[in-house]
Design a binder for this molecule. Structure first.
Ligand code: BGC
Ligand code: MG
Length: 537
């Protein structure tokens, strides 16, 4: 799977995010683990996805559920060990699945040996691996930067009289990417995992690594309203100096050289919502592709969704990793109205995304049409929820409850009395084992949808021409394929180009298209529905 040449394999398939600690628990401790993933890779091969992204499984004190790393080249014993990792990669490759691992370069854990040494000792050899500043004249933080997770992005270190920067929790000190030893250490980390056979990296907070060299305050657009969630507070500033600095992309040019001998792909998480800024990350010789996060935060607002999609498609095209859900956001089914309504809308949107250039991703459980899970009273674990009790809206736990494999206690995820994130049991109809047997299930519909890219290579290989056919509708033409998305709440009649068109997928019905019906001259696309047509030649 690896080799010296870059094949751009990701353009043809669909990726799948595995939130490792909630996917499958092999040893009954209530925490998903690498052997659990390995045991269920056959489900993903059957679903037809091409690659899996594994969320962090490195040693961690879990202040941010693994996104606070103590050792970048090891496996936390709760998740397994390096042998378990090697078995996972071998089994994935045997099944034809690529493996992407998460690399977390913006910050380490405060328990990483570098920070343990740096904190409390100005002369520590790793002091400059982090971002330290003197207090402002009034003794407060050195500037007005905010943490994504609430409060200032600075914490005071009593022992040395300086503040350190953290765009996330105080337990996640930000690294100093202007320090060459930091750069060299991450080269080594990338090479370590490439050497173990990974096919690429998902890069956490790729837009955040480099900060303004003189730490200027950000312009503030409006006062932070009382009771604002951390996200709302963050949005009250223009993030001119803390994130998205011009030289961030230069760093990824270097990373690309580091991974090139292994043929690995660099997939960044780029939380930048201006398409022209987002596009810079995938325009050059750095990242090949980047997650666009905006859709995953949006409610059901068809004109706005289509604005975002067309903006990204025209500016960043094949460089976009499309997703509607991930482990940081409420699931799309929930955001879009819940239940059958939310699922219908999610599938209409996802069918459209799969027809665009780029690398579409599903988040575990999306193929089952899941709503957010119901976390039990008192069991919330996400620091964003737990540490902001007055602004609970931003909590991420609902999307992180365990994967339902079978009916009954533990849902086949664990044999422990309780999963690490205790939640209400999912009903039988939400489980993999029930949906596999039901050809009308969301699982079968997703499988048919994922399979479209294999069935019709033109769906990714032919140039895409994207036309906004209305406020709430979009048409994508790719060679002999025509994809019509009607996200509105009334039926739309489309003129078809001359020829005979066969409907091969409909986001709202079960995938029995062994005898596709011929459509002629016009086609009525029902509300909140996307259809895929192929021209008979
Ligand atoms: C990850 C989050 C994490 C944050 C800080 C992200 O965007 O996806 O889960 O909390 O980075 O590492
Ligand atoms: Mg376990």
């Amino acid at each position: 799977m690896t080799g010296g040449t870059e094949t751009r394999w990701w353009r043809s398939g669909v990726g799948y995010e595995i939130y490792v600690r909630s996917f499958a628990d092999s040893d009954g401790d209530g925490v998903g683990d690498l052997d659990g993933v390995t045991a269920h890779l056959d489900h993903l091969a059957w679903l037809g996805v091409q690659a899996v992204w594994l969320t962090p499984f490195y040693p961690t004190p879990d202040a941010d559920h693994g996104y606070d790393v103590m050792d970048y080249c090891a496996v936390d014993p709760r998740f397994g060990d390096l042998d378990a990792f090697d078995r996972l990669v071998a089994e994935a490759h045997r099944l034809g699945l690529r493996v992407l691992v998460d690399v977390v370069p913006n910050h380490t854990s405060d328990r990483h040996p570098w920070f343990v040494s740096a904190r409390g000792d100005r002369s520590s050899p790793t002091r400059d691996h982090y971002l330290w500043r003197d207090p402002a004249a009034d003794g407060g933080p050195p500037n007005n930067w905010r943490s994504y997770f609430g409060g200032p992005a600075w914490t005071f270190d009593e022992a040395t009289g300086q503040y350190y920067c953290h765009l996330f929790l105080p337990e996640q000190p930000d690294l100093n990417w202007r320090n060459p030893e930091v750069v060299a250490e991450f080269d080594r980390i990338l090479q370590f995992w490439c050497g173990r056979g990974v096919d690429g990296f998902r890069i956490d907070v790729a837009h955040g690594l480099v900060k303004d060299a003189t730490f200027r305050s950000n312009p503030q657009c409006r006062p932070v309203p009382p009771g604002a969630t951390p996200r709302e507070a963050f949005a009250c500033f223009e993030h001119r100096y803390d994130i998205d600095q011009d030289d961030t992309t230069t760093l990824f040019d270097h990373w690309r050289e580091v991974v090139a001998p292994f043929g690995a792909v660099l997939l960044g998480e780029v939380g930048i919502y201006r398409p022209e800024r987002f596009a810079r990350y995938v325009a050059g010789s750095g990242l090949q592709v980047a997650f666009a996060l905006e859709i995953g935060w949006m409610p059901w607002d068809p004109p706005a969704l289509l604005d975002v999609i067309t903006g990204l498609a025209s500016s960043a095209g094949a460089g976009v990793a499309w997703e509607v859900s991930n482990h940081d956001q409420p699931r799309a089914v929930t955001r879009f109205g819940g239940g059958a309504v939310g699922l219908r809308r999610t599938l209409a949107l996802t069918t459209l995304l799969i027809a665009l250039d780029g690398f579409p991703f599903l988040y575990q459980g999306e193929e089952l049409g899941l709503d957010d899970g119901s976390v039990l009273e008192g069991a919330h674990a996400d620091p964003v929820a737990v540490r902001n009790p007055d602004a609970p809206g931003d909590g991420r736990d609902g999307a992180r409850t365990s994967m339902p494999w079978t009916a009954g206690p533990g849902n086949g995820f664990t044999t422990a009395a309780q999963a690490w994130l205790a939640a209400e049991e999912r009903g039988a109809g939400d489980t993999v084992s029930a949906q596999v047997l039901d050809p009308d299930s969301p699982l079968h519909r997703y499988r048919a949808l994922v399979g479209l890219r294999a069935r019709f290579a033109e769906l990714w290989s032919e140039p895409a021409s994207v036309h906004r056919t209305g406020d709430v509708s979009l048409a994508v033409r790719r060679g002999p394929l025509l994809v019509l998305a009607n996200l509105g709440d009334t039926v739309e009649v489309h003129e078809l180009p001359p020829g005979t068109w066969w409907e091969v997928f409909d986001s709202a019905t079960c995938p029995v298209d062994s005898s596709p019906h011929a459509a002629t001259a016009t086609i009525a696309v029902a509300a909140e529905r996307t259809v895929v047509l192929v021209e008979q030649r």
